[in-house]
Write a protein that binds this ligand. Structure first.
Ligand SMILES: [Zn+2]
Length: 255
């Protein structure tokens, strides 16, 4: 294991434009539950109520969706970035980080010090709410206060359109600008690092392919195996936080 972290550190030392993809695994280390894992919030809800079509078509589903999302949001707000988030902020300071593409909606990268313009949120953010009709955005806290005061399904104050957390729900189209930027960043990197993603959901599953196809090296840090392990230059099946912390120490020459 030390050998492989050493190898990862060497790849990072040699790289100039690193693109990192982060998935649920990095957030679970901060105590944020993965929707899809057993025992998660997901288990207590019917997925049919939570997809985008139901949100658009049924007031009852919208009520359930907001209730569900609140159960995710309140603990998320109290969570803290971990060593993996801080390691990425440090890579940015070293001038090596091209960007972080994240599947997470929790804002922990920015809270750890990553610049907002270096973080591409391909699944949106739970910290904002967007009007599906006029596109206006609102701070999540402001909308949560309205829910506290009794609104079950908040609506846009200017156009009465449906408000929804600015995350990408099942069945909801991916944000075009973020997705195309993510692909561009994968292709222009010389090292692509996967942190805590099993690489099964699109577009995460496609990004490492774009990167290696354009000549990048590939490193994967994930607790379980991924479909890309055989194509990677280094694979580490361990926690993201401890691995990245050690890697940064090695890159900086501390022991
Ligand atoms: Zn509106």
């Amino acid at each position: 294991m030390n050998d492989t972290i050493e190898h990862l550190a060497t790849l990072v030392r040699e790289a100039v434009n690193i693109t990192v993809l982060t998935g649920a695994g990095i957030s679970t280390e901060s105590g944020i539950s993965d929707f899809r894992s057993p025992g998660g919030v997901w288990d207590r809800y019917n997925p049919d109520d939570l997809n985008f079509q139901s949100f658009l078509s049924s007031e009852e589903s919208r009520k359930i969706y907001w209730k569900f999302h609140r159960e995710f949001y309140l603990p998320m707000k109290l969570s803290k970035p971990n060593d993996a988030h801080y390691a990425l902020a440090e890579l940015e300071q070293m001038g090596k980080l091209q960007c972080v593409i994240t599947q997470n909606v929790d804002n922990l990268h920015q809270r750890a010090g990553s610049s907002p313009d270096k973080v591409i949120k391909i699944h949106g953010t739970a910290c904002m709410v967007r009007c599906l009709a006029c596109g206006a955005t609102f701070d999540r806290e402001e909308i949560e206060r309205r829910i506290d005061e009794g609104e079950e399904v908040p609506r846009c104050e200017s156009c009465n359109g449906l408000l929804k957390p600015a995350t990408v729900s099942f069945g909801q189209p991916m944000p075009e600008e973020e997705t195309s930027r993510a692909f561009e960043m994968a292709r222009s990197s010389d090292l692509f690092v996967v942190l805590g993603s099993s690489l099964v959901v699109y577009p995460a599953a496609q990004l490492p392919f774009e990167a290696i196809n354009s000549g990048a090296k590939l490193a994967i840090i994930n607790l379980t195996a991924t479909p890309y392990d055989n194509y990677a230059d280094v694979v580490i099946h361990a926690k993201c936080g401890e691995t990245m912390k050690r890697m940064i120490e090695l890159v900086k020459g501390d022991t």
